[in-house]
Design a protein around this ligand. Structure first.
Ligand SMILES: Cc1cc2nc3c(=O)[nH]c(=O)nc-3n(C[C@H](O)[C@H](O)[C@H](O)COP(=O)(O)OP(=O)(O)OC[C@H]3O[C@@H](n4cnc5c(N)ncnc54)[C@H](O)[C@@H]3O)c2cc1C
Length: 251
């Protein structure tokens, strides 16, 4: 069955700003006058058409908070030898126009009306839709318990580092734990290593509190984290997952 949203029309989007997040990732802001609005956790599709008619299409999570603003925001991580991400990061300029459609996805979605505890677990650029959730939560003034466990290769690969620090320091802000899988800087006080069962036992909200859990990242990361969560007693329906595997060209 096609994912909800994939019958949507292609819209013209104009690049309104580009922000470097790390040496290999940028946030791209688009002005999309016909954007119908979106929920926290949804994504969009981008379609690039070459002069010879060749089409490449990829999915990108929405980083901007839920709402009806015509400005939508994505964050793109460079994939070496990729067709689409190097173009978006190296060629796109403010004022350029591209085609996109959305919002897509009705399952990996969080409502700011929820009062359930919220557990977010990200690997690499999998933090993008979780950032939309956290921004939506902040705007809504939702102060139900929230935690983010965020795995990055190294400290210079952490996306939204400053904003996450500010969020966690604010009253009612989420508790945020970073883990670095490769190098750690001197004095690092976060976790070191991959997100394994014992790390989840230390930092995930206890299964008895029945948190809503959102896990996003590369496919192997998501599958291993979801298995560990089940073994820690979390119920499958409470665990929502989004895999950032290769998207391919299929419409
Ligand atoms: C629902 C969804 C949401 C997504 N959201 C984001 C997002 O917010 N930010 C973001 O940067 N990406 C996101 N992605 C991934 C994105 O769609 C592309 O797959 C990614 O940008 C690579 O595309 P490319 O054309 O540059 O590489 P391709 O030309 O597709 O691939 C080049 C090579 O890299 C491998 N590869 C492809 N994708 C990845 C990957 N993610 N990690 C490692 N190797 C890869 C391929 O197997 C291939 O060997 C999302 C994917 C999905 C399905």
């Amino acid at each position: 069955m096609p994912e909800p949203g994939t019958g949507l029309p292609w819209l013209i989007a104009t690049v309104s700003d580009l922000r470097s997040e790390t040496a290999t990732a940028k946030t791209i802001l688009f002005n999309v006058p016909d954007w119908p609005g979106h929920l926290a956790g949804q994504h969009l599709d981008i379609r690039l058409t070459a002069e010879d008619g060749y089409v490449a299409q990829r999915s990108f999570s929405l980083a901007s908070p839920a709402g009806n603003s015509p400005t939508v925001e994505i964050t793109v991580q460079y994939v070496r030898d990729g067709e689409v991400s190097p173009f978006l990061l190296e060629e796109l300029r403010v004022g350029d126009q591209i085609e996109l459609r959305g919002p897509i996805g009705g399952y990996f979605v969080w409502s700011p009306a929820s009062r359930r505890p919220l557990m977010l677990i990200a690997g690499g650029s999998g933090v993008v839709p979780l950032m939309s959730i956290l921004r939506t939560r902040r705007i809504a003034g939702n102060d139900a318990e929230a935690r983010l466990l965020y795995s990055s290769r190294s400290v210079d690969q952490i996306l939204y580092a400053r904003e996450l620090d500010q969020m966690s320091a604010a009253p009612g802000g989420p508790a945020i734990v970073h883990t670095l899988t490769r190098t750690t800087p001197p004095g690092w006080t976060g976790e070191h290593g991959r997100v394994e069962r014992d790390m989840l036992a230390r930092h995930a909200i206890d299964a008895r509190e029945e948190p809503d859990i959102f896990v996003c990242g590369p496919t192997p990361f998501v599958e291993s984290v979801a298995d560990h969560l089940l073994s820690l007693g979390h119920a499958e329906p409470r665990i929502r997952t989004e895999r950032f595997g290769p998207t391919g060209d299929a419409a």
